[in-house]
Ligand binder design. Structure first.
Ligand code: HEM
Length: 455
């Protein structure tokens, strides 16, 4: 048991205990944390908070069947799960988002904000900004349509500023000292509010979830601004983990050219098929990503799994709401329970004596590791990540396109090219809370020399 700011927290570090917590949703609840995030991070109004938690007995009616008498927060979550887990919705989302990633990965489309220096044949890019610009742009365009970019062309940078500084809010910094977080957050909420206040014909092209959630929230009586605050929280979850997983996966592959070359060889058959059609809509890439890259490229997927293992620093949290026993000991009501990822994912009894080392082939050599009780990088139970399928697809799409289209060479510490100096390999920041994937220590990055590849 830990005491933090006078509060008792039960920290569980065994996979068996974690399993019990994930299975028993009635005793270990998550609602108080949703409430905390909506109020503390999204800053929803008191009135909105009342509407979000109003039961059917208190007047809440859903637009969807609600046999279990849930409050607005839950059907909203169910709509997100429908978007992410129903095959036809997921397929359409994959098509849209990989199409956007493919567009953004063209030589001519590199964002100015990613390129530090260039000539006709070479670009020096910040890996952090390249992943951020390609993926956040793609995800927002896929989810909301083109119009969101007309409202705020600096969306990727604002989102990054928020993500990097969001710990100031989770650590409850005084308002005056947390402006680096509140400024980008408040701007993004303003953009989303304007988006929701725009007639639908003008903001078409997004996924059904956005309109479905908006309809449900308006029906329940939420204002545009409070709906935008909730969308903002969801968007944060969507953007942060994908961007960071891609960053770490690219960084580790670029540090190990032999493994990167083997991955390039492994993806070549699949990637060649994307070039044999005239399609630029992403349909072919979407199919290749969903089938070939996920199912037929074991080294690529092993690298992805290992990066999740090494860089997940999030925790699952619950509150005890019913009398319950853990290992025979009764746990009082109201106790918060924390299951940190990192200890489980670095355990030697699960991953071997070199569990702290990065080995991108680890999951290729031992395929059973992916199902190991210690390996839950997407959490479990009610908070098991519903974006795990699309998340993997997006990361693999970026990595495969980068390896297939470009030769990339990281600038070593002290090495200089085109006036840009390289830096040491980025370090993971263990001191700040994360939504799952760790960030790098602020200011750490990898600068990469990128040229086009002939194949
Ligand atoms: C590779 C990328 C991703 C990683 C590593 C990741 C990781 C995680 C983790 C660790 C959790 C929390 C588990 C817990 O509290 O027990 C989580 C939850 C969640 N993630 Fe992800 N995630 C990724 C991508 C995505 C994407 C792309 C989406 C949406 C499009 C998404 C949507 C969610 C949602 C909605 C939750 C809350 C649980 C739920 O209701 O599904 N994630 N994710």
């Amino acid at each position: 048991m830990l005491y933090v700011a006078g509060e008792k927290i039960l920290v569980l570090m065994s996979p068996l205990d974690a399993s019990q917590v994930f299975k028993d949703e009635n005793s270990f609840a998550f609602d108080s944390f949703i409430d905390m995030v909506y109020r503390g991070v999204g800053n929803v109004s008191d009135e909105a908070n009342r509407i979000l938690w109003r039961t059917p007995k208190e007047g809440f009616t859903s637009l969807h069947p609600n046999p279990h008498g849930k409050v607005l927060v839950h059907p909203g979550n169910a709509l997100l799960h429908k978007q992410l887990l129903t095959p036809s919705y997921l397929q359409e989302l994959t098509r849209k988002v990989t199409g956007c990633i493919e567009d953004n990965m063209q030589w001519e489309s590199f964002f100015d904000t990613s390129v530090l220096s260039s000539n006709t044949n070479t670009k020096i890019v910040s890996l952090h900004c390249w992943c951020r610009d390609v993926l956040i742009e793609a995800q927002n365009r896929a989810w909301f349509g083109e119009y969101i970019w007309e409202l705020e062309p600096r969306m990727t940078v604002l989102f990054d500023e928020w993500d990097i500084n969001s710990w100031m809010i989770t650590y409850r910094y005084p308002r005056m000292m947390a402006k680096a977080a509140t400024r980008p957050r408040d701007r993004l909420i303003k953009v989303l509010t304007r988006y929701l206040d725009t007639p639908r014909e003008k903001r078409s092209g997004g996924v059904p979830f956005v309109n479905e959630l908006e309809d449900e929230e308006r029906h329940a009586g939420l204002s545009s601004e409070d709906s935008a605050r909730i969308m903002f929280i969801i968007l944060w979850g969507i953007n942060s983990n994908v961007q960071m997983t891609t960053f770490w996966m690219m960084a580790h592959l670029l540090k190990r050219p032999a493994v990167a070359a083997a991955v390039r060889e492994e993806i070549s058959v699949a990637m060649r098929t994307t070039e044999s059609t005239e399609s630029t809509s992403g349909v072919t890439l979407a199919e290749v990503v969903a089938h070939d890259l996920v199912s037929c490229c074991p080294l690529l997927n092993s690298a992805f799994n290992e990066v999740l293992r090494i860089h997940s620093t999030g925790s699952s949290v619950r509150e005890v709401v019913k009398p319950v026993r853990v290992r025979g000991k009764s746990i009082p009501l109201g106790i918060k329970v924390l299951i940190p990822q990192r200890q489980l994912l670095l355990a030697m009894e699960a991953f071997g004596f070199d569990a702290h080392e990065v080995d991108l082939s680890r999951f290729l050599r031992d395929k059973s590791l992916e199902r190991h009780a210690h390996y839950r990088p997407f959490g479990g139970g009610i908070t098991l990540c519903s974006g795990r399928v699309i998340g993997r697809r997006e990361v693999l799409a970026f990595v495969a396109l980068a390896l297939w289209r470009y030769d990339m060479q990281p600038l070593e510490a002290g090495e200089e090219a085109f006036g840009v100096k390289g830096m040491p390999f980025p370090k993971l920041d263990e001191g700040k809370p994360s939504l799952g994937m760790s960030k790098q220590v602020e200011g750490h990055d990898m600068f990469v020399k990128v040229t086009r590849r002939d194949h």
